[in-house]
Design a protein around this ligand. Structure first.
Ligand code: GLP
Length: 266
């Protein structure tokens, strides 16, 4: 880790830790999550996690599954709420985020199936807004999110909060940015197959989490990550709202850190 430069601390508006590899950083996040779950379990209390999809958090999920298997980490009292889902996709669609979560985490740990919630992409159009309100209510009734895991899209989105998403936005139906659809094209075997809309938690929903980890790996994320961490807060870059959070933490590998000022102007 290399986060001790005074200059860097001035420019970086979210505490940022740089790791040699994504695997190292993922292990740190998984361990922090595991520590919270263990202490809550010991008190007989539940832990509420906010979870993300995409390639970024898979190492965290792999490590959590390992901790479950090898260190008896129990998810029996854990509740999870996923950030988003493509609108129109149900859990049987292989590219749905519900299927993604099942493959990468839920099927590998002892979380009760009704405790692992992903927004329902199949809600009829006229019921979406009531559904989104009920999603917010379920999070509140669970006690609010203790730890939120986030990746970042190349548009600067968190969840599917594309540029233009406000600080106080809540769970809602959104239209995906062209760059986001292009980035997803490979998964859907062509951009024309990428759903144009999604249901996503809002920026305000995310900022309500008590602790946030924003993860970014690899060169393609370097430029947007540096802007999110160092530029002024703006709706044009929704991830920049994390600068307002009291306990937001950025973890990056060396490649994703390359555009930070401490690297460009050491
Ligand atoms: C999608 C998800 C985001 C995720 C982003 C980055 O757009 N909705 O939550 O952060 O992809 O994906 P990846 O981690 O594959 O780079």
């Amino acid at each position: 880790m290399n986060d001790d430069s005074a200059d860097a601390n001035l420019r970086e508006r979210i505490p940022t830790a740089i790791y040699s590899t994504a695997k190292d950083a993922s292990a740190v996040v998984a361990r922090e999550i595991s520590d919270v779950i263990c202490s809550r379990n010991a008190e007989g209390n539940s832990t509420v996690l906010g979870l993300a999809t995409g390639s970024t958090p898979t190492g965290v999920y792999q490590e959590l599954a390992r901790l479950h298997k090898e260190e008896s980490l129990s998810f029996a009292k854990v509740r999870t709420f996923n950030l988003d889902e493509y609108y129109g996709l149900g859990p049987t669609h292989p590219e749905s985020y519900a299927a993604f979560m099942e493959r990468h985490l839920f099927s590998k740990v002892d979380i009760p199936s009704d405790a692992a919630v992903v927004p329902d992409g199949t809600v009829p159009r006229e019921e979406v807004s009531a559904y989104c309100e009920s999603y917010e209510k379920s999070i509140l009734e669970a006690g609010g999110i203790d730890i939120q895991v986030l990746g970042i899209g190349r548009t600067g989105h968190i969840g599917f909060n594309e540029p233009g998403s406000g600080r106080d936005s809540r769970t809602r139906l959104v239209e995906l940015d062209a760059l986001t659809r292009a980035d997803a094209a490979q998964d859907f075997l062509g951009e024309e197959n990428v759903p144009p809309y999604a249901i996503t938690m809002g920026v305000g929903t995310i900022l309500d989490a008590r602790k946030v980890f924003l993860l970014a790996w690899g060169t393609p994320k370097a430029a947007i990550l540096a802007k999110a961490v160092e530029d002024s807060i703006s709706e044009a870059l929704p991830a920049s709202f994390l600068q307002e959070h009291k306990d937001a933490n950025v973890l990056v590998d060396e490649a994703a850190a390359a555009e930070l000022s401490r690297h460009r102007h050491p």
